[in-house]
Design a protein around this ligand. Structure first.
Ligand SMILES: *[C@@H]1O[C@H](CO)[C@@H](O)[C@H](O)[C@H]1NC(C)=O
Ligand SMILES: *[C@@H]1O[C@H](CO)[C@@H](O)[C@H](O)[C@H]1NC(C)=O
Ligand SMILES: *[C@@H]1O[C@H](CO)[C@@H](O)[C@H](O)[C@H]1NC(C)=O
Ligand SMILES: *[C@@H]1O[C@H](CO)[C@@H](O)[C@H](O)[C@H]1NC(C)=O
Ligand SMILES: [Cu+2]
Length: 558
């Protein structure tokens, strides 16, 4: 007894540490080992893929960045709530200025959550170019202890870069689509077909972490002959939920527990299936099936399944582990997820036909420096589609996609409860499903996938003062303006938030003003802020666009 107490004192069990990553962000020209020509991507220290970051709850993630690109960059730790560190959330011109070319910047991010996350570029869709790394935060006191965990991080790699893709999408009356240059799939940074085996010992329990770093396709994970118990969704622990397939949309994460068999006589397969559902159909590359082995004994025979299950994730049947019944909303917002066309016939993405454009002053500085005007949404410019939310207000979002497009919708700084889903043209109520109201503890997550012609109702408590994005995680939808802001409790921000000098310094280097409204004025006048194009939902040139559809095997107008 005495001895162990002494040891405890000498070697405290919980020791918060600094997990330091030195990232020189560089261009890397590579084909990623795929059967396609090399292109210029963005990696770190001359390498792609990026390393997996591993840390423990209580640690501080220190990202020392040097920007070796010839353009600005920034990093976002996806799913990390950044409570009290809004200025490290990494969205350029929202939470901070981007990191200027040739300069250094350090993010110091306290890790207060365990689970599966990722760090990715959040300036000019650099995520799409490869700037993305898994982030796994362990918990020594995890309620679901396991002997070992495996991670499957899935990416897509496109032959075009984001600039060319956006140019193609936004040419007036365009006739070409990036889908004529389809992507290929990478699993843990390597060509999907090179899927590595995983090793099971009898009767052990394993945790399989699934992370989608993809820009477009949905995919599914299954394992023959084994039961999968979901225990984590987007960093939030859930009650164990038995499933035989897990479907993933871009930016989502799920962990499953798998109990190994008692016998080592048979080996099995796991499958990562990239789907054609829920996104534009590109016949040459989707669907794609990648098989890997689950090895109990290298000499044992392998069992081959006759069929592989496929199903959407039934989010309304999964409960979060920590009990929280459906929140009662204080306000509800209708967000029509739709595209539109400008008078010049340029195709934009929007929420309620407002296409996002950055302000001249990072929105966090507008919140901090405009006094009472900070509670008026116009301070952030009409082109940021800002809602100002009170501290602890419960916000309900109706995420509505009545078009043929799908959108993985991500909220920064919060997780939302999934309350209801259904089809947008449902007159009978048949498709409409909602959580049991009274005792159910709804699933909470940070990214929800809205299928074409579908909607979801989500609710969150705005308990995190700061400026937070809500955006589509298809990179080029974001690049075409699918983004909006929530400014939570600006008066609390003004009282409590202290911006590190290094954040201000980056703005000074680039001549970006750190006070005033969206246009840099100390009044309600926002003249000079980027102008909002007037959008109509009507397609101005139907016949030529239809021809483009028929010409290149994709659904217009993704
Ligand atoms: C900036 O980062 C580079 C590369 O990581 C490092 O060599 C250099 O010392 C840093 N410069 C400063 C001023 O910290
Ligand atoms: C509209 O379509 C017509 C016929 O397909 C085409 O000739 C014309 O260039 C298109 N206009 C624009 C602005 O793209
Ligand atoms: C939402 O947008 C779609 C597509 O632009 C439009 O057809 C629909 O009328 C809008 N719905 C509402 C309720 O405004
Ligand atoms: C495109 O294909 C559809 C369905 O196959 C057809 O109805 C339509 O006429 C075609 N459009 C053009 C412009 O060829
Ligand atoms: Cu989208």
């Amino acid at each position: 007894m005495r001895l162990s107490t002494g040891l405890l004192l000498l070697f405290p069990l919980v020791e918060a540490k600094r997990v330091v990553e030195n990232w020189d962000i560089t261009y890397v020209t590579t084909n990623r080992g795929l059967d396609q020509p090399p292109k210029r991507g963005i990696g770190v220290n001359g390498q792609l893929p990026l390393p997996v970051i591993e840390a423990e709850i209580g640690d501080t993630l220190v990202l020392n960045v040097h920007n070796s690109l010839d353009k600005p960059t920034s990093l976002h730790a996806h799913g990390i709530l950044q409570y009290e560190t809004n200025y490290y959330d990494g969205v350029a011109m929202v939470n901070s200025c981007p990191i200027a070319p040739g300069t250094n910047f350090t993010y110091e991010i306290p890790l207060k959550q365990s689970g599966t996350y990722w760090v990715h570029g959040h300036t000019s869709e650099e995520n799409y170019e490869g700037l993305r790394a898994p982030l796994v935060v362990y918990d020594r006191n995890d309620p679901y202890p396991v002997s070992k965990s495996y991670l499957f991080a899935v990416e897509d790699w496109w032959p075009l870069n984001i600039g060319d893709t956006l140019k193609m999408m936004q040419t007036p009356g365009r006739r070409e689509s990036p889908f004529s240059h389809p992507p290929q799939t990478l699993i843990n940074g390597a060509f999907g077909k090179l899927t590595k085996p995983i090793y099971f010992e009898p009767d052990q329990t394993y945790r399989i972490r699934l992370l989608s770093m993809a820009s477009l396709p949905l995919w599914e994970f299954t394992m023959d002959g084994h039961e999968l118990y979901i225990i984590e969704v987007d960093g939030v622990l859930t009650k164990p939920k038995l499933v035989n397939v897990v479907r993933m949309a871009p930016a989502q994460r799920v962990s499953v527990l798998v109990k190994a068999k008692s016998s080592t006589r048979v080996n099995y397969q796991y499958h990562i299936n990239v789907l054609k559902e829920g996104v534009p159909f590109i016949s040459d590359v989707f669907p794609a099936q990648f098989d890997g082995s689950v090895i109990y004994d290298p000499n044992a025979r392998i069992s081959i399944a006759n069929s592989i299950p496929s199903a959407p994730l039934d989010e309304l049947s999964i409960e979060s582990l920590e009990y929280e019944p459906p929140l009662i909303p204080d306000r509800a917002l209708f967000l029509n997820l739709t595209y539109g066309y400008s008078e010049e016939k340029v195709h934009y993405q929007s929420i309620n036909l407002i296409t996002y454009q950055s302000s001249l002053v990072p929105s966090i500085f507008s919140a901090l420096t405009t006094g009472d005007r900070a509670i008026n949404p116009i301070t952030y410019g009409p082109q940021t589609n800002t809602h100002v939310i009170k501290h602890d207000e419960v916000v309900e979002l109706l995420l509505w996609s009545s078009t043929e497009q799908s959108h993985p919708i991500h909220l920064h700084g919060h997780v939302f409860q999934i309350i209801e889903t259904g089809s947008t043209n449902d007159l009978t109520g048949e498709s409409r499903r909602t959580v049991p109201q009274s005792y159910f503890s709804p699933l909470k997550r940070d990214t929800v996938h809205i299928y074409p012609g579908h909607y979801a109702v989500v609710r969150f408590r705005a308990n995190n003062p700061g400026v937070w994005n809500l955006h589509c995680h298809f990179d080029w939808h974001m690049g075409m303006g699918f983004n909006k802001l929530f400014v939570v409790a600006p008066e609390e921000m003004q009282k409590n938030m202290v911006i590190p000098p290094s954040v201000v310094e980056q703005c000074h280097i680039q001549g970006i003003q750190t006070w005033g409204n969206a246009a840099g004025h100390n009044t309600y006048n926002y003249r000079g802020a980027p102008e909002l194009p007037y959008l109509t939902a009507k397609n101005p040139n139907h016949s030529s666009l239809n021809q483009a559809v028929n010409a290149s095997r994709f659904f217009f107008p993704y």
